[in-house]
Write a protein that binds this ligand. Structure first.
Ligand code: LLP
Length: 414
Protein backbone atom coordinates (compact mmCIF):
# COMPACT_ATOMS: atom_id res chain seq x y z
CA UNK A 1 0.00 0.00 0.00
CA UNK A 2 1.22 3.46 -0.80
CA UNK A 3 0.62 5.90 2.01
CA UNK A 4 3.77 7.90 1.71
CA UNK A 5 3.81 11.24 -0.08
CA UNK A 6 7.61 10.92 -0.14
CA UNK A 7 7.01 8.09 -2.53
CA UNK A 8 6.66 9.35 -6.10
CA UNK A 9 3.69 7.07 -6.69
CA UNK A 10 1.65 9.17 -4.25
CA UNK A 11 1.50 11.79 -7.00
CA UNK A 12 0.36 9.41 -9.74
CA UNK A 13 1.69 10.40 -13.15
CA UNK A 14 2.46 13.89 -11.92
CA UNK A 15 4.64 15.63 -9.33
CA UNK A 16 4.01 18.47 -6.87
CA UNK A 17 5.52 21.11 -9.12
CA UNK A 18 3.55 20.10 -12.19
CA UNK A 19 0.39 20.07 -10.11
CA UNK A 20 1.02 23.61 -8.89
CA UNK A 21 1.81 24.77 -12.43
CA UNK A 22 -1.48 23.31 -13.58
CA UNK A 23 -3.80 24.16 -10.67
CA UNK A 24 -2.05 26.99 -8.82
CA UNK A 25 -0.96 27.22 -5.18
CA UNK A 26 -1.81 26.63 -2.46
CA UNK A 27 -3.35 23.34 -3.47
CA UNK A 28 -4.81 20.38 -1.60
CA UNK A 29 -3.94 17.03 -3.17
CA UNK A 30 -5.57 13.78 -2.09
CA UNK A 31 -4.55 10.25 -2.95
CA UNK A 32 -7.46 7.90 -3.61
CA UNK A 33 -5.52 4.72 -2.90
CA UNK A 34 -4.49 5.91 0.56
CA UNK A 35 -8.02 7.03 1.35
CA UNK A 36 -9.50 3.68 0.34
CA UNK A 37 -6.85 1.80 2.31
CA UNK A 38 -7.63 3.73 5.49
CA UNK A 39 -11.36 3.12 5.07
CA UNK A 40 -10.69 -0.62 4.76
CA UNK A 41 -8.48 -0.66 7.85
CA UNK A 42 -11.19 0.91 9.95
CA UNK A 43 -13.91 -1.33 8.51
CA UNK A 44 -11.80 -4.36 9.36
CA UNK A 45 -11.17 -3.26 12.93
CA UNK A 46 -13.73 -5.80 14.14
CA UNK A 47 -14.82 -8.76 12.01
CA UNK A 48 -18.50 -8.82 12.93
CA UNK A 49 -21.69 -7.92 11.09
CA UNK A 50 -22.74 -5.86 14.09
CA UNK A 51 -19.76 -3.56 13.69
CA UNK A 52 -19.82 -0.48 11.47
CA UNK A 53 -17.86 2.70 10.86
CA UNK A 54 -19.36 6.17 10.81
CA UNK A 55 -17.00 8.56 9.07
CA UNK A 56 -16.92 11.86 10.95
CA UNK A 57 -17.66 14.32 8.15
CA UNK A 58 -16.17 17.39 9.81
CA UNK A 59 -12.65 16.10 9.16
CA UNK A 60 -13.10 16.62 5.42
CA UNK A 61 -16.41 17.12 3.69
CA UNK A 62 -15.35 17.29 0.06
CA UNK A 63 -18.22 15.56 -1.72
CA UNK A 64 -15.96 13.53 -4.01
CA UNK A 65 -14.12 12.12 -0.99
CA UNK A 66 -17.46 11.43 0.71
CA UNK A 67 -18.51 9.41 -2.35
CA UNK A 68 -15.35 7.29 -2.12
CA UNK A 69 -15.87 6.77 1.62
CA UNK A 70 -19.45 5.70 0.95
CA UNK A 71 -18.28 3.41 -1.83
CA UNK A 72 -15.96 1.74 0.70
CA UNK A 73 -19.02 0.86 2.77
CA UNK A 74 -18.74 3.39 5.57
CA UNK A 75 -21.67 5.24 7.11
CA UNK A 76 -21.30 8.77 8.47
CA UNK A 77 -21.79 11.17 11.34
CA UNK A 78 -23.07 14.68 10.85
CA UNK A 79 -22.79 17.64 13.17
CA UNK A 80 -24.96 20.12 11.25
CA UNK A 81 -27.72 20.33 8.64
CA UNK A 82 -24.98 21.32 6.17
CA UNK A 83 -23.19 18.04 6.69
CA UNK A 84 -26.43 16.07 6.36
CA UNK A 85 -27.24 17.95 3.16
CA UNK A 86 -23.89 17.12 1.62
CA UNK A 87 -23.89 13.51 2.80
CA UNK A 88 -27.27 12.96 1.15
CA UNK A 89 -25.97 14.62 -2.04
CA UNK A 90 -23.01 12.20 -1.86
CA UNK A 91 -25.48 9.30 -1.90
CA UNK A 92 -25.75 8.30 1.76
CA UNK A 93 -29.17 7.07 2.93
CA UNK A 94 -30.59 8.83 6.01
CA UNK A 95 -30.48 5.46 7.79
CA UNK A 96 -26.69 5.46 7.35
CA UNK A 97 -26.31 8.72 9.25
CA UNK A 98 -26.18 9.75 12.88
CA UNK A 99 -26.57 13.41 13.74
CA UNK A 100 -24.64 14.41 16.85
CA UNK A 101 -26.04 17.75 17.92
CA UNK A 102 -24.56 20.15 20.43
CA UNK A 103 -26.55 23.19 21.62
CA UNK A 104 -28.85 23.32 18.61
CA UNK A 105 -32.25 24.87 18.03
CA UNK A 106 -35.57 23.04 17.86
CA UNK A 107 -35.71 24.06 14.16
CA UNK A 108 -32.41 22.35 13.50
CA UNK A 109 -33.62 19.17 15.23
CA UNK A 110 -36.81 19.30 13.14
CA UNK A 111 -34.72 19.48 9.97
CA UNK A 112 -32.77 16.41 11.04
CA UNK A 113 -35.83 14.40 12.11
CA UNK A 114 -37.64 15.51 8.93
CA UNK A 115 -34.79 14.04 6.91
CA UNK A 116 -35.12 10.69 8.65
CA UNK A 117 -31.80 10.91 10.48
CA UNK A 118 -31.36 9.69 14.07
CA UNK A 119 -30.51 12.45 16.53
CA UNK A 120 -28.08 12.24 19.43
CA UNK A 121 -28.56 14.82 22.19
CA UNK A 122 -25.95 15.76 24.74
CA UNK A 123 -27.69 17.59 27.55
CA UNK A 124 -30.88 17.22 29.57
CA UNK A 125 -32.19 20.46 28.11
CA UNK A 126 -31.57 19.28 24.55
CA UNK A 127 -33.35 16.04 25.41
CA UNK A 128 -36.34 18.13 26.56
CA UNK A 129 -36.22 20.10 23.29
CA UNK A 130 -36.11 16.87 21.32
CA UNK A 131 -39.03 15.46 23.32
CA UNK A 132 -41.11 18.53 22.54
CA UNK A 133 -40.50 18.40 18.77
CA UNK A 134 -40.63 14.63 18.36
CA UNK A 135 -42.74 13.07 21.11
CA UNK A 136 -42.60 9.26 20.96
CA UNK A 137 -39.48 9.40 18.76
CA UNK A 138 -36.22 7.50 18.84
CA UNK A 139 -33.14 9.20 20.22
CA UNK A 140 -29.54 8.56 21.12
CA UNK A 141 -27.87 10.02 24.20
CA UNK A 142 -24.31 11.28 24.16
CA UNK A 143 -22.76 10.49 27.51
CA UNK A 144 -19.60 11.92 28.96
CA UNK A 145 -17.80 8.93 30.46
CA UNK A 146 -15.61 11.11 32.68
CA UNK A 147 -12.36 10.30 30.85
CA UNK A 148 -11.05 12.38 28.00
CA UNK A 149 -8.18 12.16 25.51
CA UNK A 150 -6.72 14.28 22.78
CA UNK A 151 -3.68 16.01 21.31
CA UNK A 152 -4.62 19.40 22.78
CA UNK A 153 -6.99 20.64 25.49
CA UNK A 154 -9.19 22.19 22.77
CA UNK A 155 -10.03 18.77 21.35
CA UNK A 156 -10.61 16.80 24.56
CA UNK A 157 -14.34 16.21 24.48
CA UNK A 158 -15.04 14.25 27.65
CA UNK A 159 -14.06 14.53 31.29
CA UNK A 160 -14.88 17.35 33.66
CA UNK A 161 -13.57 20.29 31.60
CA UNK A 162 -15.67 20.12 28.47
CA UNK A 163 -19.12 21.17 27.32
CA UNK A 164 -19.92 17.81 25.73
CA UNK A 165 -22.06 14.93 26.86
CA UNK A 166 -24.23 14.03 29.82
CA UNK A 167 -22.45 12.65 32.89
CA UNK A 168 -23.43 9.11 33.81
CA UNK A 169 -24.59 10.44 37.19
CA UNK A 170 -27.60 12.01 35.42
CA UNK A 171 -28.83 8.72 34.06
CA UNK A 172 -32.06 8.73 36.10
CA UNK A 173 -32.88 12.27 34.91
CA UNK A 174 -32.37 11.09 31.32
CA UNK A 175 -34.80 8.24 31.89
CA UNK A 176 -37.37 10.53 33.52
CA UNK A 177 -37.35 13.00 30.61
CA UNK A 178 -37.46 10.18 28.09
CA UNK A 179 -40.48 8.73 29.85
CA UNK A 180 -42.26 12.08 29.98
CA UNK A 181 -42.09 12.37 26.18
CA UNK A 182 -42.41 8.61 25.49
CA UNK A 183 -38.99 8.65 23.85
CA UNK A 184 -37.26 5.42 22.97
CA UNK A 185 -33.54 5.52 23.76
CA UNK A 186 -32.11 3.48 20.91
CA UNK A 187 -28.52 4.54 21.17
CA UNK A 188 -25.82 5.72 23.48
CA UNK A 189 -22.76 7.44 22.07
CA UNK A 190 -19.61 9.18 23.15
CA UNK A 191 -16.54 10.80 21.74
CA UNK A 192 -13.81 11.34 24.29
CA UNK A 193 -11.53 13.46 22.14
CA UNK A 194 -9.40 13.64 19.09
CA UNK A 195 -6.11 11.87 18.49
CA UNK A 196 -4.90 9.11 20.68
CA UNK A 197 -1.94 6.94 19.69
CA UNK A 198 -2.16 4.92 22.88
CA UNK A 199 -5.48 3.07 23.11
CA UNK A 200 -5.71 3.03 26.92
CA UNK A 201 -7.94 6.10 27.50
CA UNK A 202 -10.17 5.02 24.62
CA UNK A 203 -10.64 1.59 26.16
CA UNK A 204 -11.34 3.18 29.56
CA UNK A 205 -13.95 5.35 27.89
CA UNK A 206 -15.55 2.36 26.19
CA UNK A 207 -15.78 0.46 29.47
CA UNK A 208 -17.37 3.46 31.17
CA UNK A 209 -19.89 3.89 28.35
CA UNK A 210 -20.82 0.22 28.38
CA UNK A 211 -21.58 0.40 32.09
CA UNK A 212 -24.05 3.14 31.28
CA UNK A 213 -25.35 1.39 28.16
CA UNK A 214 -26.38 -1.73 30.03
CA UNK A 215 -29.00 0.29 31.85
CA UNK A 216 -30.92 1.00 28.64
CA UNK A 217 -32.84 -2.10 27.52
CA UNK A 218 -33.99 -0.88 24.09
CA UNK A 219 -30.66 -0.11 22.48
CA UNK A 220 -30.15 -0.55 18.77
CA UNK A 221 -26.57 0.72 18.88
CA UNK A 222 -23.66 1.76 21.02
CA UNK A 223 -21.37 4.32 19.39
CA UNK A 224 -17.97 4.32 21.05
CA UNK A 225 -16.53 7.37 19.29
CA UNK A 226 -13.60 8.40 17.14
CA UNK A 227 -10.23 9.94 17.92
CA UNK A 228 -7.94 7.33 16.31
CA UNK A 229 -4.61 9.09 15.86
CA UNK A 230 -2.11 9.17 13.05
CA UNK A 231 1.67 9.69 13.44
CA UNK A 232 2.13 13.32 12.37
CA UNK A 233 5.86 13.01 13.11
CA UNK A 234 6.06 10.22 10.59
CA UNK A 235 9.44 11.28 9.19
CA UNK A 236 10.82 11.21 12.71
CA UNK A 237 9.87 7.60 13.27
CA UNK A 238 6.67 8.12 15.24
CA UNK A 239 4.88 4.80 15.54
CA UNK A 240 1.42 4.11 14.16
CA UNK A 241 -1.51 3.37 16.40
CA UNK A 242 -1.55 -0.35 17.14
CA UNK A 243 -4.88 -1.19 15.55
CA UNK A 244 -4.51 -4.93 15.99
CA UNK A 245 -3.88 -4.58 19.71
CA UNK A 246 -6.82 -2.21 20.04
CA UNK A 247 -9.04 -4.51 18.05
CA UNK A 248 -8.25 -7.50 20.29
CA UNK A 249 -9.07 -5.61 23.46
CA UNK A 250 -12.24 -4.09 22.04
CA UNK A 251 -13.45 -7.42 20.74
CA UNK A 252 -13.10 -9.07 24.13
CA UNK A 253 -14.82 -6.23 25.99
CA UNK A 254 -17.69 -5.95 23.53
CA UNK A 255 -18.38 -9.67 23.32
CA UNK A 256 -18.43 -9.89 27.11
CA UNK A 257 -20.76 -6.93 27.33
CA UNK A 258 -23.15 -8.40 24.79
CA UNK A 259 -23.34 -11.57 26.87
CA UNK A 260 -24.32 -9.49 29.89
CA UNK A 261 -26.71 -7.39 27.85
CA UNK A 262 -28.37 -10.55 26.58
CA UNK A 263 -28.33 -9.82 22.87
CA UNK A 264 -26.30 -8.35 20.05
CA UNK A 265 -26.30 -4.59 19.63
CA UNK A 266 -24.74 -2.68 16.77
CA UNK A 267 -21.42 -1.08 17.63
CA UNK A 268 -20.23 1.99 15.76
CA UNK A 269 -17.02 3.96 15.78
CA UNK A 270 -16.67 7.54 14.53
CA UNK A 271 -13.22 8.13 13.02
CA UNK A 272 -12.57 11.31 11.08
CA UNK A 273 -8.85 12.01 11.08
CA UNK A 274 -7.76 8.38 10.64
CA UNK A 275 -9.74 8.05 7.43
CA UNK A 276 -8.61 11.19 5.62
CA UNK A 277 -5.50 12.77 7.22
CA UNK A 278 -2.78 10.81 5.49
CA UNK A 279 -4.42 10.88 2.09
CA UNK A 280 -4.04 14.66 1.89
CA UNK A 281 -1.05 16.92 1.26
CA UNK A 282 -1.12 20.70 1.07
CA UNK A 283 1.22 22.18 -1.50
CA UNK A 284 2.49 25.75 -1.52
CA UNK A 285 5.27 27.89 -2.91
CA UNK A 286 8.11 29.77 -1.24
CA UNK A 287 7.89 33.44 -2.21
CA UNK A 288 10.37 35.10 0.08
CA UNK A 289 13.19 34.35 2.45
CA UNK A 290 14.30 36.88 5.04
CA UNK A 291 16.10 37.20 8.31
CA UNK A 292 14.38 39.35 10.93
CA UNK A 293 16.88 39.82 13.69
CA UNK A 294 17.89 36.26 14.56
CA UNK A 295 15.05 34.39 12.93
CA UNK A 296 15.14 33.15 9.36
CA UNK A 297 11.66 33.25 7.86
CA UNK A 298 10.54 31.19 4.91
CA UNK A 299 7.59 33.12 3.48
CA UNK A 300 5.01 31.05 1.66
CA UNK A 301 1.46 31.18 0.38
CA UNK A 302 0.44 28.55 2.96
CA UNK A 303 -1.33 30.92 5.32
CA UNK A 304 -3.24 29.94 8.42
CA UNK A 305 -6.43 30.54 6.43
CA UNK A 306 -5.62 27.38 4.43
CA UNK A 307 -4.31 25.31 7.32
CA UNK A 308 -5.33 26.38 10.78
CA UNK A 309 -4.09 23.48 12.85
CA UNK A 310 -0.57 24.75 13.61
CA UNK A 311 -1.93 28.08 14.86
CA UNK A 312 -4.92 26.72 16.68
CA UNK A 313 -3.29 23.75 18.42
CA UNK A 314 0.46 24.14 17.84
CA UNK A 315 0.09 21.10 15.64
CA UNK A 316 3.07 19.59 13.91
CA UNK A 317 2.96 18.71 10.23
CA UNK A 318 6.00 17.35 8.43
CA UNK A 319 7.18 19.59 5.60
CA UNK A 320 9.02 18.27 2.56
CA UNK A 321 10.82 20.60 0.17
CA UNK A 322 10.54 19.91 -3.55
CA UNK A 323 12.72 21.42 -6.26
CA UNK A 324 12.15 20.62 -9.94
CA UNK A 325 9.55 18.07 -8.91
CA UNK A 326 11.76 15.96 -6.63
CA UNK A 327 12.08 15.99 -2.85
CA UNK A 328 15.35 17.44 -1.54
CA UNK A 329 17.41 15.29 0.74
CA UNK A 330 16.86 16.12 4.37
CA UNK A 331 20.44 15.46 5.55
CA UNK A 332 21.46 19.08 5.39
CA UNK A 333 19.16 21.13 7.66
CA UNK A 334 18.92 24.68 8.91
CA UNK A 335 16.62 26.11 11.53
CA UNK A 336 13.87 28.25 10.00
CA UNK A 337 10.38 29.48 10.78
CA UNK A 338 7.89 28.82 8.00
CA UNK A 339 5.16 31.42 7.72
CA UNK A 340 2.21 32.26 5.49
CA UNK A 341 0.84 35.39 3.87
CA UNK A 342 -1.77 36.36 6.48
CA UNK A 343 -1.58 39.62 8.36
CA UNK A 344 -0.97 38.20 11.83
CA UNK A 345 2.32 37.51 13.58
CA UNK A 346 0.81 34.20 14.67
CA UNK A 347 0.56 33.06 11.05
CA UNK A 348 3.18 30.37 11.57
CA UNK A 349 3.14 26.98 9.92
CA UNK A 350 6.30 25.68 11.61
CA UNK A 351 8.44 27.39 14.21
CA UNK A 352 12.18 26.70 14.54
CA UNK A 353 11.97 23.81 12.13
CA UNK A 354 15.03 22.04 10.79
CA UNK A 355 14.47 22.20 7.04
CA UNK A 356 16.57 21.53 3.97
CA UNK A 357 17.92 24.93 2.80
CA UNK A 358 15.12 26.42 0.74
CA UNK A 359 15.12 28.80 -2.26
CA UNK A 360 12.44 31.07 -3.60
CA UNK A 361 10.27 29.16 -6.03
CA UNK A 362 10.62 25.85 -4.17
CA UNK A 363 7.49 23.86 -3.48
CA UNK A 364 6.63 22.88 0.09
CA UNK A 365 4.50 19.84 0.78
CA UNK A 366 2.71 19.87 4.14
CA UNK A 367 2.04 16.23 4.93
CA UNK A 368 -1.02 14.68 6.57
CA UNK A 369 -3.20 17.67 5.79
CA UNK A 370 -6.27 15.72 4.67
CA UNK A 371 -8.09 15.99 8.01
CA UNK A 372 -9.17 19.35 9.45
CA UNK A 373 -7.26 21.05 6.65
CA UNK A 374 -9.65 22.30 4.00
CA UNK A 375 -12.61 21.83 6.33
CA UNK A 376 -11.17 24.56 8.60
CA UNK A 377 -10.18 26.93 5.75
CA UNK A 378 -11.46 30.47 5.65
CA UNK A 379 -11.42 33.57 3.50
CA UNK A 380 -9.65 35.58 6.20
CA UNK A 381 -7.86 38.57 4.68
CA UNK A 382 -10.18 37.83 1.74
CA UNK A 383 -7.81 35.16 0.54
CA UNK A 384 -9.27 32.58 -1.79
CA UNK A 385 -9.70 29.06 -0.49
CA UNK A 386 -7.55 26.66 -2.51
CA UNK A 387 -8.50 24.10 -5.12
CA UNK A 388 -8.57 20.40 -4.27
CA UNK A 389 -7.49 17.64 -6.59
CA UNK A 390 -7.63 13.87 -6.38
CA UNK A 391 -4.87 11.58 -7.60
CA UNK A 392 -6.96 8.67 -8.78
CA UNK A 393 -6.25 4.95 -8.64
CA UNK A 394 -5.13 4.93 -12.27
CA UNK A 395 -2.45 7.58 -11.59
CA UNK A 396 -4.38 10.41 -13.23
CA UNK A 397 -5.59 13.47 -11.39
CA UNK A 398 -8.93 15.24 -11.23
CA UNK A 399 -10.00 18.64 -9.98
CA UNK A 400 -12.56 17.93 -7.24
CA UNK A 401 -13.13 21.50 -6.09
CA UNK A 402 -12.11 24.66 -7.84
CA UNK A 403 -10.27 27.48 -6.14
CA UNK A 404 -12.50 30.32 -4.91
CA UNK A 405 -12.74 33.18 -7.35
CA UNK A 406 -12.85 36.88 -6.58
CA UNK A 407 -16.51 36.82 -7.65
CA UNK A 408 -17.20 34.22 -4.93
CA UNK A 409 -16.30 36.90 -2.42
CA UNK A 410 -19.35 38.89 -3.62
CA UNK A 411 -21.75 35.93 -3.59
CA UNK A 412 -23.72 36.74 -0.44
CA UNK A 413 -24.22 40.45 -1.01
CA UNK A 414 -27.36 42.04 -2.43
N1 LLP B 1 -17.20 12.25 16.76
C1 LLP B 1 -17.44 13.45 17.32
C2 LLP B 1 -18.66 13.66 18.07
C3 LLP B 1 -16.51 14.48 17.19
O1 LLP B 1 -16.73 15.66 17.75
C4 LLP B 1 -15.31 14.25 16.46
C5 LLP B 1 -14.31 15.30 16.32
C6 LLP B 1 -15.13 12.97 15.88
C7 LLP B 1 -16.10 12.00 16.05
C8 LLP B 1 -13.94 12.63 15.05
O2 LLP B 1 -12.74 12.71 15.71
P1 LLP B 1 -11.40 12.20 15.00
O3 LLP B 1 -11.55 10.72 14.73
O4 LLP B 1 -11.25 12.96 13.74
O5 LLP B 1 -10.34 12.50 15.96
N2 LLP B 1 -9.88 20.27 14.51
C9 LLP B 1 -9.18 19.37 15.39
C10 LLP B 1 -9.98 18.14 15.68
C11 LLP B 1 -11.35 18.46 16.23
C12 LLP B 1 -12.18 17.24 16.38
C13 LLP B 1 -13.57 17.56 16.74
N3 LLP B 1 -14.41 16.42 16.89
C14 LLP B 1 -7.82 19.04 14.79
O6 LLP B 1 -7.49 19.56 13.72
O7 LLP B 1 -7.03 18.30 15.39
Amino acid sequence: MNNNPMDTSFWGNSDPEKLINKYGAPLYVYNEETLRARCKEMKNLLPYPWFSVNYSTKANSNIELLKIIRDEGLNADAMSPGEIYLLVKAGFEPSQLLYIGNNVSAEEMKYVVGNGVTVSVDSLSQLETFGRINQGGKVSIRFNPGVGAGHHEKVVTAGNKTKFGIPGSLLEEVKTIAKRYSLKIVGVNQHIGSLFLDGKPYIDGVKALLEIAIQFPELEFVDIGGGFGIPYKRLHGEARLDLTGLSDVLEAILLDWMKDYGREVKVKIEPGRYIVAESGVLLGTVHSIKKNYEIKYIGTDIGSNVIMRPVMYDSYHEIVVYRNGTPLSSDDREKVTVVGNICESGDILARDRGLTPVKEGDTLAVLDAGAYGYSMCSNYNLRLRPAEILVTDDGGERLIRRRDTLEDLMRNYF
